[in-house]
Design a protein around this ligand. Structure first.
Ligand SMILES: [Zn+2]
Ligand SMILES: [Zn+2]
Ligand SMILES: [Zn+2]
Length: 102
């Protein structure tokens, strides 16, 4: 565990808000990888995706921690401290099959 992040105690057990990126599903956009917000469960797409909705969610809400989520990959990322850390013992279970576009 990295100790460079002061937000690890904000990590919650969340219910993913959608099966794929919430915003992309609404607008019919495609995504590359998914990230789930460990503060509220918002599912957004990664920075390699056209929408970059996970990062936009962070800027809109300041929720610091996301988890790799397609499938749950066992790592977390703090936007504030820009550190990667291990979440393999507290992954967010998928709610169902992720609708994939790539
Ligand atoms: Zn942090
Ligand atoms: Zn998206
Ligand atoms: Zn959030």
């Amino acid at each position: 565990m990295s100790s460079d992040c002061g937000h690890l105690d904000t990590i919650r057990d969340v219910t993913p808000s959608a099966l794929g990126c919430e915003e992309c599903l609404k607008s019919g956009q495609e995504w590359f990888h998914l990230r789930v917000c460990r503060t509220c469960g918002h599912v957004g797409c990664c920075d390699q995706s056209p929408g970059q909705h996970a990062t936009k969610h962070f800027h809109a809400t300041r929720h610091p921690i996301i988890e790799g989520y397609d499938p749950p990959e066992g790592w977390g990322w703090c936007y504030v401290d820009e550190v990667l850390f291990d979440l393999s013992d507290r992954k967010t279970p998928q709610r169902g099959p992720i609708p994939r576009y790539y």
